[in-house]
Design a protein around this ligand. Structure first.
Ligand SMILES: [Zn+2]
Length: 379
């Protein structure tokens, strides 16, 4: 109902909409939706058509804008208060929040628990399938609990209360109508959830981003899979949350099938990850690997570049695992790899070591030849 009123506001324009229903311009309270501002009282009055069979006139409901704002807020809409600047969080804000989850660590294995990332993946899967933003606590507890049992750490209890509360305080989760939300720990938190049984879901702005922007969805999924789900079959997990599994082994997708952006981005990232793991993150040219706090770091380098004019394929045999320095040198042709797999420094014509290989990673001689000829310009 509120969305219908918003759609009509968009269609008529602000002034015509307000005039049509006899409302004045709002001064303090605005409803924020899709990055735009709407006069909150007028939207609420028109939305009331769904209840009363006709829109309310402004003098028909009292309590002032603050009440309207609270009701709209309870319905899950964001409403700004007087003097508050309208800032709609951006994709960068969302990614930054995804990157700054703080999962508890298993006391026995030191592994990060997966409740928070699984909660986000579950919500993203729902958004991708066009499901409503908010779900009842019964469904949340059941569905998320099963997911945590299936994909969490071995010793984990399902307890979906904790990630929901934590993500609420982290600014990603919404518990419409609730203000006195406890911290995400201990039995008071569990008791509160049991008593309140809140509907909940992603915040409106975050839900809109992951519903509308496939590429952002893919980026989040890839980040979460890479950071928290080592040793888990990613495709099984993706299928479980309702995202299409992606073919990795053979590289590109089955001909004739239209592939979505999200599948392609995820597949590319998983493919590179697979190659890096085959080499245990050691550079195939120098053998070094970079140790970061989050783990080892290497880059997936395409031999024959993707895209025009080279049109290299995104397949395992067209990828190398390189350190950042050798990635740049290789991409710029300062390094080439001969047919006998000897690495050549093309700036000084010096032969270097042999390319390091891994048992389950074949490299295409044709793509190496293309790189020598076109990128390094050697015959
Ligand atoms: Zn290197």
């Amino acid at each position: 109902m509120v969305l219908d009123a918003i759609a009509e506001f968009d269609r008529l324009g602000r002034d015509a909409f307000l005039e049509e229903y006899g409302y004045r311009r709002a001064i303090g309270y605005f409803l924020v939706h899709g990055g735009r501002r709407y006069d909150s009282k007028a939207i609420a009055g028109v939305a009331y058509r769904g209840v009363r069979g006709r829109p309310l006139r402004p003098d028909e409901f009292s309590g002032g804008n603050a009440t309207v704002a609270r009701v709209l807020g309870d319905l899950g809409f964001e409403v700004t208060k007087p003097g508050q600047a309208v800032t709609v969080p951006s994709v960068e804000d969302l990614l930054q929040k995804v990157d700054s989850l703080k999962p508890a660590v298993s006391p026995t294995t030191g592994a990060q628990k997966r409740h928070q990332p699984l909660t986000l993946l579950w919500a993203i899967g729902r958004a991708a399938q066009g499901e409503p933003r908010l779900t009842t606590w019964e469904s949340t507890r059941r569905e998320l609990g099963q997911l945590i049992e299936e994909f969490g750490l071995e010793e984990d209890r399902p307890s979906p209360e904790f990630p929901v509360l934590w993500l609420y305080h982290h600014g990603l989760w919404d518990l419409p109508g609730h203000t006195d939300v406890p911290r995400a720990s201990g039995s008071p938190a569990q008791r509160w959830m049991k008593e309140q049984r809140p509907d909940s879901g992603l915040r409106t702005w975050a839900h809109e981003i992951v519903t509308d922007q496939e590429d952002v969805r893919a980026q989040i999924v890839v980040r979460l899979l890479g950071a928290y789900f080592h040793g888990v079959d990613h495709n099984t997990l993706l299928a479980r949350i309702g995202l299409n599994p992606v073919a990795i082994r053979g590289g590109s997708s089955t001909p004739g099938r239209v592939e979505s952006v999200v599948e392609r981005v995820i597949r590319d990232s998983l493919l590179a990850e697979q190659i890096k793991r085959a080499h245990d993150y050691h550079c195939q040219i120098c053998g070094d690997r970079l140790a970061l706090q989050q783990g080892f770091y290497a880059e997936g380098a395409h031999i024959r570049p993707l895209g025009k004019p080279h049109n290299g394929p995104d397949e395992p045999d067209n990828l190398l695992c390189l350190c950042p320095n050798h990635h740049v040198l290789f991409d710029r042709g300062a390094i080439a790899i001969q047919a006998d797999l000897r690495v050549m420094d093309t700036t000084s014509e010096t032969p270097l070591d042999l390319l390091r290989l891994a048992p389950n990673h074949e490299i295409s001689p044709e793509h190496l030849a293309y790189h020598r000829k076109v990128i390094a310009e050697r015959s």
